[in-house]
Design a protein around this ligand. Structure first.
Ligand SMILES: Nc1ncnc2c1ncn2[C@@H]1O[C@H](COP(=O)(O)OP(=O)(O)OP(=O)(O)O)[C@@H](O)[C@H]1O
Ligand SMILES: [Mg+2]
Length: 228
């Protein structure tokens, strides 16, 4: 993509990103991606094509070797396994970690209730995390992302470990949060589940460290479903 960074703020612009691991393996090569407006956007691609590496670069956990990333808002990563990111014993205490410590106590507690409600877990602030189902844990991880005021959610196979009902719930939650009435949240969702592609604004295929153009989710699912 040749357009300069800046100008009209789109939720994410990645230009000609290059990244190599310390062992010299080039995980991303001239990787460009532009999300034009808020909504739910999906990335698919074979194992090792660089999807997780790309999300970590966007989240600022890794430094690109070349290229640029422009994100006007805040990002939050949601991993495949919520047990890897939920740290404290109760739902409320975990969420408090994500909330601006500069806010006064009452405002922080109100915010905890608000984000729990927005992910369908109202009233569960004092529930021990170990008592939640897998789908509820994943919704709590999404609540933590919202509590941190993130407006670009980076979801790395968030439904891979979930049963079909929880999978649908989490997908529906992200659809609602990213719907145009939902306040301008953008989600970049990595999946290997082709049926999920039906629900996105646009889907792109990642191959060998490079992201292809946006297409309709249905078109990508149909193409990848076809035997080679
Ligand atoms: N910490 C690391 N050190 C060295 N190489 C790594 C490391 N993490 C990932 N890689 C390599 O980088 C490449 C891209 O990996 P990445 O995890 O981004 O792929 P992916 O598209 O997310 O795959 P999957 O669908 O299996 O999750 C792979 O070749 C992988 O082996
Ligand atoms: Mg991955």
């Amino acid at each position: 993509m040749d357009s300069p960074l800046g100008g009209a703020a789109c939720p994410l612009q990645v230009e000609r990103l290059g990244f190599a691991w310390p062992n010299g393996h080039a995980a991303l090569r001239h990787c460009s991606l532009r999300i034009p407006h808020p909504g739910l956007w999906m990335l698919v691609g074979s194992n090792g094509s660089g999807k997780s590496t790309l999300l970590r670069l966007i989240a600022g956990l890794l430094e690109p070797r070349t290229g640029r990333i422009a994100v006007p808002g805040r990002t939050a990563l949601v991993f495949q396994n919520p047990d890897h990111q939920l740290l404290l014993p109760s739902c409320g205490s975990d969420l408090l970690l994500a909330i601006d410590p500069g806010l006064e106590r009452q405002a922080r507690e109100r915010r905890v209730e608000q984000v729990l409600e927005s992910v369908g877990l109202a009233g569960l602030a004092s529930r021990p995390i170990h008592s939640l189902s897998g789908g509820q844990k994943q919704r709590l991880a999404i609540a933590a992302a919202l509590a941190s005021e993130a407006d670009l959610l980076l979801l790395d196979e968030p439904t891979a470990l979930l049963d079909p009902d929880s999978q649908r719930e989490v997908l529906e939650l992200i659809r609602q949060l990213t719907a145009s009435a939902g306040g301008g949240i953008t989600a970049l969702w990595i999946t290997h589940r082709l049926e999920e592609l039906q629900h996105c604004e646009g889907a792109a295929v990642m191959e060998d460290g490079h992201v292809g153009p946006w297409e309709s989710g249905a078109a990508v699912a149909q193409r990848l479903n076809r035997p080679a």
